[in-house]
Design a protein around this ligand. Structure first.
Ligand SMILES: Cc1cc2nc3c(=O)[nH]c(=O)nc-3n(C[C@H](O)[C@H](O)[C@H](O)COP(=O)(O)OP(=O)(O)OC[C@H]3O[C@@H](n4cnc5c(N)ncnc54)[C@H](O)[C@@H]3O)c2cc1C
Ligand code: SF4
Length: 501
């Protein structure tokens, strides 16, 4: 296989490997790629270690199921256990989850940063809203973040706007990091046109152009630390050989809010609430049937959003699934199901991201992380309300039928009065809602107090020198909006602190 970005492919490294750089970065998603780019452009030598492999646009397939097998961690079967068993999705590929994300780009809301500052003065003094906003502007400029062009939005996105407009709720085309998007609707399987400016098509090439090195197929198992200082990382290549990569100046962990706390714990770095405080935006979806074709799999994958319920902790987004996943979102059995499958082009699926209060935990397990996460009673009520709002919006957009998909309530709803009953009669049992998580935070929080946080406000580990955490593990909580731009902005600031150290 010819590697485009990566100097090494761990599938071909069968003998013990040793290497050295100023800074060793674990993970090549938005956090790791940003740190690599920022440091390399400042003349710092960096090696990025990524467990996943390099993929090219021509490798990306339309089938959601096959894409999950190729590009997602655990083939998309990672599960958090609690009062509802909830899949959490993560990419495992060069570029991390950005390769399979929806390209939705949001800045950190001011009120979130203000709440972080109010809760922790040291954090507020070290990390100001203005500094974060300036970093976000730089990130957005490079990633060509723009509102979705109606010409490539497709019916599912335009209908969501129509429904919200009819209800008088604020909505807008989603701002996305794409260049040359033709509305192929395959962002979650990897863009076959290379139009999504995911990390493998933006920050990682920038890092390599500035002298950065990327090793793929390298699973880091431990951070080596001696006399209170991080010195190296060790692990195994995809071919089974051992490696040790030494860091002259710093080790930066950017392996995601699930893998980073596991790495810390496996390395004996248990200072502070490491692995606790897992915060998320669980998502729920509802399907509607329209008379005219919608072709849910066409148009910008996620091109329109309803922002008017954010104050309730609910944000609606159009979802883009290929037919293999869409077929799992329609009700019925036997002949009825067969009839619905024959008209799959009439269905739209819209989702709601919930700003949940729940706090879970992550611990290293024998084969994969043990993730525990239970919705609070209030989260379940918010989820129930979100299902009702999704149903209302589908009906307002002209859907003939809506399928709430919640046991104990009618499988098919045809009018708003019936949908309104869901908010009173719908289940309050968490496990009755089919949900999944894609935004994860808070498992190695930053803060001034070592008893309540894992890293200092300058991203440095409280107890171990030359060790930094750059990913959303450091966020003090969830955001209520899509996190990738905020993650990149904070990672840029982390890189700045590393460069100045
Ligand atoms: C389906 C989906 C859609 C999404 N859509 C959006 C969206 O539209 N907008 C948005 O803002 N956010 C979206 N997100 C979330 C967003 O993509 C993530 O929040 C973001 O990618 C997290 O960045 P990260 O760098 O912290 O982690 P990741 O992107 O997960 O990258 C971490 C990388 O580290 C690697 N790694 C982990 N452990 C090790 C190890 N031990 N050794 C070596 N490498 C390791 C992983 O393989 C991975 O490549 C979506 C997420 C999903 C799953
Ligand atoms: S909508 Fe299609 S063309 Fe546009 S970025 Fe996503 S996969 Fe690529």
């Amino acid at each position: 296989m010819s590697a485009r970005l990566c100097e090494l492919d761990g599938r071909e490294v069968r003998a013990t490997l040793e290497a050295e750089a100023d800074v060793v970065i674990v993970g090549s998603g938005p956090a790791g790629a940003t740190v690599a780019r920022t440091l390399a452009q400042r003349g710092v030598s960096v090696i990025v270690l990524e467990e996943g492999h390099e993929a090219q646009p021509k490798d990306f397939v339309a089938s959601g199921v096959r894409a999950m097998a190729a590009l997602y961690r655990d083939m998309g079967t990672s599960i958090a256990f609690g009062n509802v068993s909830m899949p959490y999705l993560q990419g495992r590929v060069v570029g991390g989850t950005s390769v399979v994300n929806g390209a939705i780009s949001w800045r950190l809301p001011r009120e979130i940063v203000e709440a972080w500052s109010a809760a922790d003065r040291a954090l507020g003094e070290a990390l100001t809203y203005d500094e974060i906003a300036a970093a976000e502007a730089r990130v957005e400029e490079r990633l060509n973040v723009r509102p979705t062009d109606p010409a490539i939005a497709g019916a599912k996105n335009l209908l969501l706007g129509k429904g919200a407009e009819a209800l008088g709720v604020a909505h807008r085309p989603i701002r996305r990091n794409v260049d040359g998007c033709v509305g192929e609707g395959r962002c979650l399987q990897g863009c076959p046109h290379g139009a999504k400016l995911s990390m493998d098509r933006s920050f990682l090439p920038d890092a390599v152009a500035a002298g950065g090195r990327i090793f793929a197929g390298m699973r880091v198992e431990h951070v080596v630390h001696q006399r209170g200082r991080a010195r190296a990382v060790t692990g195994k290549t995809a071919a089974g050989a051992r490696f040790e990569i030494r860091a002259r100046r710093a080790v930066v962990l950017a392996a995601s809010a699930i893998q980073t706390p596991c790495l810390l714990r496996r390395s004996g770095l248990t200072q502070g609430p490491v692995g606790d405080g897992l915060s998320a935006h669980p998502g729920v979806s509802v399907t509607g049937r329209f008379d005219a074709p919608v072709r849910n799999w066409r148009g910008a994958t996620q091109g329109h959003e309803v922002t008017g319920h954010r104050h309730e902790g609910i944000k609606l987004e159009a979802l883009g699934f290929d037919v293999s996943l869409l077929a799992t979102r329609v009700p019925g059995v036997g002949q009825d199901f067969a009839r619905r499958l024959a008209e799959l082009d009439r269905y739209a699926v819209w989702g709601a991201a919930i700003r949940a209060r729940a706090l879970g935990s992550v611990r290293p397990g024998p084969t994969r992380p043990l993730v525990r996460y239970s919705l609070t009673d209030e989260d379940v009520r918010t989820t129930r309300r979100a299902v009702r709002i999704l149903g209302d919006t589908l009906l307002a957009a002209g859907a003939r039928e809506v399928y709430p998909g919640v046991p104990g309530f009618d499988a098919v709803v045809r009018d708003p009065a019936h949908m309104a009953r869901f908010e009173a009669e719908g289940s309050l049992v968490a496990g009755d809602y089919a949900m999944s998580m894609t935004h994860l935070f808070g498992t190695a929080r930053m803060g001034g107090d070592p008893a309540k946080s894992v890293v200092r406000p300058d991203f440095r580990h409280h107890a171990t020198e030359a060790l930094y955490v750059a990913d959303s593990s450091v966020f003090p909580g969830n955001l209520g909006v899509n996190p990738q731009i905020a993650i990149m902005a904070l990672a840029e600031l982390c890189a700045d602190r590393v460069a100045r150290s």
